[in-house]
Design a protein around this ligand. Structure first.
Ligand code: UDP
Length: 479
């Protein structure tokens, strides 16, 4: 039997874009509260995968919750949204994740026995809101971690909860809780949100889990208030909950940069554009050609992470025929462009001084990784809350400009060339880079671990989570 020791449990949703900030948050807590044991609970294959992403010295414990994807109409070994080849299958994974509840409850019981006291608190994903029922039954304080930023989470929540676009034909239309400055167009919604009516699978799962999450003790948000004060304020108003911001800067995986380090070293500072659409998105076939033509015409050096275009199996091999004839060979000459298949060490690339811009789908991790390195963003949002992240960067923060949106959005080589040159070579780009550099300072300051007044906001937020949990546990023990 282990000694009595403070411990916490974290429960991420099974998607790459959720695991990454959960691991970063766990790492921050590990560093700040070394005496507290941390357990991250997820399914067996995700445990294996996460193990390889934790440093060997990490004390974070990974607990496997038994799960069989084929019991839920999913292909075998499908435990992560990244292994789903068609977006239509995602709701099955979402509903399947809710069936983990009894196993999660058992895990809490086992950990309570092991440590001879219940977890101090649970940090759940907004998509695993169902865990709140278990937390309440066991009188454990419960926090919901929103893996996106304040503005993006607010828009996502308000849209799903109210489906305002179904109540009007207007385009743009108003979003409940948002100022008129941020009216949305229908093109700023994923297909499945555009057609949602409250009874479809997406609505049922998301509305249920968002609503339950609003019963949490507080929201922990993966942002820094200084970079988006309006967004964090909105989140407080829309959720009615305390919002604690814990945004930090993911460390660089220098060991994984080998594949492109030499290539980057051969370029001038801030001269390379990094192009990537995240861990689970891609663009349309004709858009892909337009992007290639525009990149070539711009004369700007680039690293582009390619995946099969929309409509093809995302996890199949990439075919050269999806790019213009001879494109890769021409770009290979004189190191003009590096085409990487499927995956690249993104944080390492963004951290390298040769990188001066990021053409991104605007997933929030990508946004934070880019801004924490002072790199401005060319937005090409394709799904989920990416549209609102892109809007925030262009309209509110002045660190981004949107190129186009969606997998069918209009784009031609000429527009790609113009926008790329504007950001990489023009005055507008220079100003965006200065504002991004300011974001970098704010994000670095947020995680500063200095005693007293200068303690960064993310460090103070983690202190606050512990204080709230201790106060909450004392309250419930009096009941
Ligand atoms: N990522 C990476 N290499 C790639 C693609 C993605 O390292 O080739 C990482 C990226 O650094 C980020 C995460 O995967 O941390 C993607 O998260 P994001 O929120 O940006 O987008 P999502 O994949 O969830 O849509």
């Amino acid at each position: 039997m282990a000694e009595q020791r403070q411990h916490i449990v974290m429960l991420p949703f099974m998607a790459q874009g959720h695991f990454i900030p959960f691991i970063a948050l766990a790492g921050l807590i590990e560093q700040l509260k070394p005496h507290c044991a941390i357990t991250i609970a997820t399914t067996p294959l995700n445990v294996q995968h996460l193990r390889s992403s934790l440093p060997p010295t990490s004390s974070i414990h990974l607990a496997a919750l038994p799960f069989s994807s084929s019991d839920h109409g999913l292909p075998p070994e499908t435990e992560n949204s990244a292994s789903i080849s068609q977006i239509d299958l995602l709701p099955r994974l979402m509903f399947a994740s809710e069936t983990l509840a009894p196993q999660f409850d058992l895990l809490l019981a086992d950990l309570t026995d092991l440590h001879r006291l219940p977890p101090l608190f649970i940090i759940s994903d907004m998509f695993t809101g169902w865990s709140i029922h278990i937390a309440r039954a066991r009188r454990i304080p419960h926090f919901s971690f929103t893996t996106s930023g304040g503005f993006g989470t607010s828009a996502f929540m308000s849209l799903w909860l109210h489906l305002p676009h179904r109540l009007t034909d207007a385009d743009p239309f108003q979003v409940p809780g948002f100022s008129d400055r941020f009216c949305l167009r229908r093109s700023q919604m994923s297909h499945y949100m555009r057609v949602a009516d409250g009874s479809d699978d997406w609505s049922v799962f998301l509305r249920r889990n968002i609503r339950i999450s609003l019963g949490s003790d507080a929201l922990i948000c993966n942002t820094v208030e200084g970079i988006e004060p309006y967004g964090v304020d909105l989140l407080r108003n829309i959720s009615g909950l305390p919002v604690l911001t814990v945004g930090s800067c993911r460390k660089t995986e220098t060991t994984k940069l080998d594949s492109c380090l030499e290539w980057l070293e051969s370029h001038r500072p801030a001269s390379v554009l990094f192009v990537s659409f995240g861990s689970q998105n891609t663009i349309g076939a004709s858009q892909m050609r337009a992007l290639a033509e525009g990149l070539e015409a711009s004369g700007v050096a680039f690293i582009w992470v390619v995946r099969p275009p929309y409509g093809f199996d995302m996890n199949s091999d990439f075919k050269s025929e999806w790019l213009p004839d001879g494109f890769e060979a021409r770009m290979g000459e004189k190191k003009r462009g590096l085409v990487m298949r499927r995956w690249a060490p993104q944080v390492g690339i963004l951290s390298h001084e040769a990188t001066g811009g990021f053409l991104s789908h605007c997933g929030w991790n990508s946004v934070m990784e880019s801004l924490s390195r002072g790199v401005p963003v060319i937005g090409w949002p394709v799904a989920s809350e990416q549209f609102y992240n892109s809007m925030l960067m262009e309209q509110e923060m002045g660190v981004g400009v949107e190129m186009t949106r969606g997998v069918v959005g209009e784009i031609d080589g000429g527009k790609v060339e113009r926008v790329v040159r504007m950001v990489m070579e023009g005055d507008t780009g220079r100003e965006m880079r200065q504002r991004a550099a300011r974001c970098r300072e704010l994000i670095m300051a947020a995680q500063a671990e200095v005693d007293g007044e200068k303690k960064g906001s993310s460090v103070r937020a983690i202190d606050r989570v512990f204080e709230m949990a201790i106060a909450g546990s004392n309250d419930t023990s009096k009941n």
